[in-house]
Design a protein around this ligand. Sequence first.
Ligand SMILES: Nc1ncnc2c1ncn2[C@@H]1O[C@H](COP(=O)(O)OP(=O)(O)OP(=O)(O)O)[C@@H](O)[C@H]1O
Ligand SMILES: [Mg+2]
Length: 355
Amino acid sequence: MSVTESAILEALRQVEDPDLHRDLVTLGFVQNVRIDDGAVSLTIELTTPACPVREQMKAEAEGVVAALPGVTSVEVEMTARVRERQAPTGDLIPGVRHCVAVASGKGGVGKSTITVNLAVALAQAGARVGLLDADVYGPSIPMMMGCADEHPFTESSKILPIERYGIKLMSLGFLLEEGQAVLWRGPMVAGTVKQLLQDVAWGELDYLMVDLPPGTGDAPMSLAQLVPLSGVLIVATPQHVAANIAGKAVQLFRRLNAPILGVVENMAGFVCPSCGAVTDIFAGLSGQELASQLDAPFLGSVPLDPAVSGSGDEGKPAIIAHPDRPQAAAFREIAGKLAAQMSIRSYADEPVSAA
Ligand SMILES: Nc1ncnc2c1ncn2[C@@H]1O[C@H](COP(=O)(O)OP(=O)(O)OP(=O)(O)O)[C@@H](O)[C@H]1O
Ligand SMILES: [Mg+2]
């Protein structure tokens, strides 16, 4: 007896996406089912290439299909397509599917470091990624990405982003002369953030990560008002003060209708360079506790590691300079969870049509 496509789909209904809580068939993820005698091949199209449970779902899908009578072999190809968002008319970045802001209450908690490394992790997973440095007061992305001396070109009245490590970058730092200082007033910040969104040839991107200055000032306000944010990632260190101020940033974004995608705890423990043991440095609220206080998902911790600051200064993100250290694994895991949160949000308010 040879197996039928409907039997295969029926079997795949047993496999659920653990983040979206629906089965692969209902989600419309199953494509290109081919049956050649008992040899079955099919494609599963996920909503992000950085899916943290990709291999688990592949194995489960292979398992349920292989168990069907008449099946001699199963080949499952995993692909991904980030869902299009409903861009409102006049949208400043129509080709961008998700815009994520990275924020903190307190300065110096590692926002820029986290943004850069997560952006690289998403690009390494196969996503099309842009990185916008919206810290107009102290742009640090060009240095961290090793391209502080670059000057972008303009084409058809749009500024071409600088490309590094597979990411499209834009920062006010590229547009200012060296040593040039800007005296900011509120409306100027809004205007500059708008320009960095609208006048840059971002093209088609799955994720645009936006690195914000600390606090609840003009830049986060402007950003949240200028583009529909998929959400905000909050970075905090395990100190009470940092945590309490993080709460204020969260309130601001909630008021502006930008969902909190999650909390990342940075500098959570010190990794000893010689033995690799992790020692806690700051006493205080843990990232996990902060996340539950803020009623937001906890996405993970990044340890304090001299390799992180060193590679930031050298212009090479730690995830590239030291891919085997614990922090690189942490960045990859957090990037996957962040991508999953965006997928979850994109399904949150809508019923899924059966495939
Ligand atoms: N996990 C880490 N381990 C070691 N050093 C780190 C880590 N995270 C960040 N740093 C270092 O801490 C300093 C501050 O980080 P970063 O500039 O990313 O913070 P920030 O929150 O963006 O700061 P600002 O508020 O000024 O924008 C940098 O020197 C960076 O290299
Ligand atoms: Mg910064």
